[in-house]
Write a protein that binds this ligand. Structure first.
Ligand SMILES: Nc1ncnc2c1ncn2[C@@H]1O[C@H](COP(=O)(O)OP(=O)(O)OP(=O)(O)O)[C@@H](O)[C@H]1O
Ligand SMILES: [Mg+2]
Length: 485
């Protein structure tokens, strides 16, 4: 059974409407539904049904309507309890209760700044409204204690808080029309005007935002003799000063890309070129020897291109896998997916990606090459909005793959990297105090490979550069150094 009061009164059983009877039993039902499960006194119910002019035997007539409702509504839900009647409504049967529950969940998300989820929940809550609550009745008769006003107020708050969340998402432009309509209907709600000002400002309509303030202030001063509140004046001041706080930039899409503690050295051109390749090819593989910087380059490119993918950029590390069978599983974990019942993990991943705009980074494919290639092929085939960026010591070798060989660092960048890393272990490291050419020699002997350079530089904590150079052929030198990411 479903009862709907957020609009005209409706009672629905198994999808079809329940005939409750004429206006009088409907008014009785409406009054009971406004206080679900609570006893409503017969006096109040009489007023709900007949208003201020009840007939002589109102109590008897009321009883007849109660019997009629009992027949119409399945189950023993309409019970007598002095001094009146109560209608029992189970969990999920009344739209108004569902509305307040969804609103509560939306507010919870909004307080933890999960604005997107908050907007979704506000939308679900507001979708339950089909018009003004119980519009066909006289509120003064059926609603002695202001439940309808309370519901209308919550609805307005929901729209307002949804707009707040949209503003936080950088989507102020999309709420201007809604807010304009609301301000017209509720000119006294200052908070709505303040929100509209912010939404207009966020849509590059500063002059319109100021006009809203002028209209609001005019009304308040003329009609009530008061100035706008501090909060509204603050918004006005920020509009005048073009305070950047007012128009948050679009939020970055989600991602699990790690934050790097070190700067990227000497790869500006490479980053731009790989980013360019991703615009044209659905699968780009960064190929190169171990330690040349493939993973690092992929991470930088993904961070730079993140804004192009509304569903974000996701790094999936395949290095820890021991066999190819778990590639799809690793991708699902990176994307935080649960395997769909009745589907393989690979199907689950591909179905999920089919309608996303997303950059998938498959890192270190070399030891699970076949499985990674298979997954990449089906993602490319079925997910038009997904771009795959792979790193691997060997190409995946599939159709449509754009191979991008990662070269070693050129000497100037390699020495810069060495000095930076040396200073990370020894802040007073001064390259000019080392014999000239020693650092360059170390970098050359390490073939310009960033991993080797990092390990060698870490040794400056205990050795001079000359000593490091002389011991490069010593297998232990680079074995234990830390490899800062
Ligand atoms: N251009 C760079 N600037 C600064 N640090 C770098 C650069 N390139 C690589 N590094 C660092 O060098 C180390 C090795 O790089 P990375 O892990 O990207 O190599 P890789 O090619 O992915 O190696 P593997 O084949 O073993 O996975 C990392 O610590 C990385 O942060
Ligand atoms: Mg790597």
């Amino acid at each position: 059974m479903e009862f709907r009061i957020l609009g005209p009164l409706e009672a629905v059983d198994g999808g079809s409407p329940v005939a409750v009877g004429g206006p009088k039993p409907r008014a009785l039902l409406a009054a009971l539904l406004l206080r679900p499960g609570a006893v409503v006194s017969t006096d109040r119910l009489v007023t709900a049904v007949w208003g201020a002019t009840p007939p002589r035997d109102a109590i008897g007539a009321l009883r007849a309507y109660v019997s009629r409702l009992r027949v119409a509504l399945p189950g023993e839900r309409l019970r007598w309890q002095a001094p009146g009647y109560a209608l029992d409504v189970a969990e999920g049967e009344l739209d108004a209760t569902a509305f307040t529950q969804l609103l509560g969940l939306a507010r919870e998300r909004a307080t933890v700044a999960d604005h997107q989820r908050a907007v979704d929940l506000f939308d679900a809550a507001l979708a339950l409204w089909r018009g003004d609550a119980l519009v066909e009745f006289d509120a003064a008769d059926i609603d002695a204690d202001g439940q309808l006003a309370r519901l209308a107020d919550l609805r307005l708050s929901a729209i307002q808080e949804r707009a707040e969340a949209m503003l936080a998402l950088g989507r102020g432009r999309e709420v201007v029309a809604d807010l304009t309509g609301l301000v017209d209907h509720h000119p006294d709600r200052e908070a709505l005007s303040a929100l509209l000002m912010r939404a207009l400002y966020a849509s590059d309509r500063q002059a319109d935002a100021l006009a809203v303030y002028r209209a609001l202030r005019h009304r308040l001063v003329e009609e009530l003799g008061v100035e706008p509140s501090d909060a509204t004046r603050e918004v006005h001041r920020k509009v005048l000063e073009q305070d950047p706080e007012l128009a948050p930039a679009d939020r970055a899409p989600p991602s699990n890309l790690p934050r790097r503690g070190t700067v990227l050295v000497g790869r500006d051109r490479a980053v731009a070129q790989v980013a360019g390749a991703l615009q044209t090819a659905p699968l780009v593989t960064l190929v190169g020897v171990g330690g040349v910087g493939k993973t690092r380059l992929a991470g930088e490119v993904a961070g730079r291109e993140l804004h192009r993918f509304s569903d974000g950029a996701w790094l999936c590390e395949l290095a820890p896998l021991t066999d190819g069978g778990s590639v799809a599983h690793a991708v699902a974990v990176a994307l935080r997916l649960q395997q769909r019942h009745g589907a393989t993990i690979e199907q689950t991943v591909v179905e999920y990606l089919a309608h996303r705009s997303l950059l998938l980074v498959l890192d270190n494919c070399e030891h699970v090459l076949d499985a990674a290639a298979r997954l990449a092929v089906s993602v490319v085939a079925h997910c038009p909005g997904v771009v795959v960026l792979a790193t691997s010591r060997e190409p995946l070798g599939v159709a449509g793959e754009q191979i991008w060989p990662v070269p070693p660092l050129p000497l100037p960048a390699a020495t810069t990297l060495f000095v930076q890393r040396a200073r990370a272990t020894r802040p007073d490291f001064d390259p000019d105090r080392e014999p000239s050419g020693t650092i360059a020699e170390i970098c050359l002997r390490l073939d310009g490979l960033p991993l080797g350079i990092e390990l060698a530089a870490a040794r400056t904590r205990a050795m001079s550069a000359a000593e490091i150079a002389s011991r490069l052929d010593d297998g232990h030198l680079l074995a234990h150094g830390p490899a800062p990411r």
